[in-house]
Design a binder for this molecule. Structure first.
Ligand code: GLN
Length: 547
């Protein structure tokens, strides 16, 4: 049976609970324990799949095809443990499960209530697979006191009681604001937040306090006294230059020790932090800088492309360079020539996206990269745009486009080089999609195998001819156009095992131009940079354009 750490937040949101959870996971691993991380989100959406990236940041896709919160990306990047469908749940999903059971008659006509029906559903979810790991870390989204979060807080309170003593530890993350006028760090908001938590029956064992200034001993004692925790369980979380410093920083502040003490695990196994020391060294001792233009749509909110930003950083770490990513709004190129915007970059990346807006600009960016021989990585929509570019400008299909943008039946604007896929093979069964399916969950999602052509650039990059990568899309490049495009130099170098779905394209006469239908960024880790990002940055670094 796993030991449980519940991570809650107070005072304000966005304090970095996800990062603290992920770093704690990494530290427990460094001490030889196995971990799994889970996110419980109070919002009412059934899953984040249909939430706008503007609102919620990127949708992180797991191997088993769940569309989850971007915090699961942090968890994977820090622990290397692949998240599963059962590692992310929202209130919406919980309620939807409960209502489905009610409709099926599973509750035998009883009155359905938050306690026990909703809380039981949450507890069942938390326990899934608890015999598989030493520690289960469960983060509750939002802050204590949020109305939607109450059933989750109540469920974890009950859970702590249901389990044998010493099986669950509660960790609460808060903020100590710095008041410049009086030159003080204030503990009162934390005291209130803990009071709120205790009023719903949860007494935190560990307090993690975000602070921009060192926490004086006096304040630490005060927090311990008023919040009823041990002084060595008041852990400081200072601002960091890089998130990858977090495991070492939290270790320095004694977080992992405090957690092991709370579980009375003694003697505590010694940690091996070499992985994180190496990561630290690569982040802070980079030589030179590579500039990458990311031509996309959701450029105002960096979280919308979180995993891409991280994967680029990892690629830089592998090559010991700093990667400076700049976000360029693709729509600018609808009106303007891309040259002045793009010519000073060492590489161009066109990420995934949905909808027509900005796509002509992305096509122009792909054309610019191809013609100017600048390293190009096209991800999902970025691959589709590169194929349309080649079709239009190299293969004489001047009206090439994607069915995604042809809404009016009977009035075709484009030759659908990229078409809407309705059925495909997953493992050894057929998946079918109806035209009028809901928007949620109708995509080709999760991990699929691709076969790479021997001798191709991608086969060289991966050092393999069979790979597994994660997908999230509705449209596919039409194999019908393969011969025509290959004759012009756009090689289809990765295909689905049945040979029907193009997974990777690359330009033969270009130093580094690769488009992939999947999302390689989701599998990159600081201690194991993804081969495509590693080689993309190498190409950018070694390219003649390096200044
Ligand atoms: N909109 C495209 C599709 O659905 C690409 C999706 C993506 O980039 N993730 O196929």
């Amino acid at each position: 049976m796993a030991r449980y750490v519940f991570i809650t937040g107070g005072v304000v949101s966005s304090l970095g609970k996800g990062l603290a959870s992920a770093a704690l996971g990494a530290l427990l691993q460094a001490r030889g324990f196995s971990v799994r991380l889970r996110k419980l989100d109070p919002y009412l959406n059934v899953d984040p799949g249909t939430m706008s990236p503007f609102e919620h940041g990127e949708v992180f896709v797991t191997d088993d095809g769940a569309e989850t919160d971007l915090d699961l990306g942090h968890y994977e990047r820090f622990t290397g443990v692949s998240a599963r469908k059962t590692d992310s749940i929202s209130s919406g999903r919980i309620y939807s499960n409960v209502l489905e059971k009610e409709r099926r008659g599973d509750y035998l006509g009883k009155t359905i209530q938050v306690i026990p029906h909703v809380t039981n559903e949450i507890k069942d979810f938390i326990s899934i697979g608890d015999d598989e790991v030493d520690f289960m870390l469960c983060e509750i989204g939002g802050t204590v006191g949020d109305i939607e979060g109450l059933p989750f807080f109540e469920a974890i309170r009950q859970f702590g009681q249901d389990k044998p003593r010493g099986q669950c530890v509660f960790m609460h993350l808060t903020l100590l604001p710095w008041i410049a006028a009086s030159g003080e760090l204030k503990t009162k908001p934390t005291q209130h937040s803990v009071k709120e938590l205790r009023s719903i029956g949860i007494a935190p064992d560990i307090l993690v306090c975000r602070s921009e200034r060192p926490i004086p001993e006096k304040e630490r004692q005060k927090l311990a006294l008023f919040c009823n925790v041990r002084p060595d369980s008041v852990i400081a979380a200072y601002d960091l230059k890089s998130i990858y410093e977090a495991p070492l920083a939290y270790h320095r502040e004694g977080l992992d020790q405090a957690v092991l003490d709370a579980f009375q695990i003694s003697p505590a196994p010694k940690p091996d932090l070499s992985r994180w020391e190496d990561v630290y060294d690569r982040v802070f001792h980079a030589e030179g800088e590579v500039r990458v233009a990311i031509v996309g749509k959701y450029t105002q909110l960096e979280d919308a492309y979180k995993s891409i930003a991280e994967a680029l950083t990892h690629g830089g770490m592998a090559n010991r360079v700093k990667v400076k990513a700049e976000w360029i709004d693709a729509e600018i190129f609808d009106r303007e020539d891309p040259a002045p915007y793009l010519e000073n970059f060492h590489a161009i990346l066109v990420p995934g996206g949905f909808g027509e807006r900005g796509t002509e600009g992305k096509i122009k960016a792909a054309q610019f990269a191809r013609e100017k021989q600048i390293p190009y990585l096209g991800i999902c929509l970025g691959m589709q745009m590169a194929v349309i570019e080649a079709a239009r400008n190299m293969a004489d299909l001047s009206d090439a486009g994607s069915e995604e943008f042809d809404h009016e039946a009977g009035k075709r604007r484009f030759t659908p080089v990229v078409y809407h896929l309705k059925e495909w093979v997953q493992g050894n069964h057929m998946v079918e999609r109806k035209v009028d399916d809901d928007k949620g969950g109708t995509m080709r999602l999760g991990s699929y195998t691709a076969h790479l052509t021997k001798g191709s650039r991608v086969a060289q990059v991966y050092g393999a001819t069979e790979i597994q990568e994660r997908h999230r899309h509705r449209y596919e490049v039409d194999i019908k156009y393969r011969d025509k495009l290959e004759a012009c130099g756009l090689v289809f170098s990765g295909m689905s095992p049945d040979g029907r779905l193009p997974e990777i394209v690359e330009h033969r006469d270009h130093p580094w131009f690769i488009g992939v239908q999947f999302h390689p960024e989701l599998k990159s880790k600081p201690f194991e940079p993804h081969p495509l990002f590693k080689d993309f940055i190498r190409a950018a670094k070694e390219g003649e354009r390096l200044v």
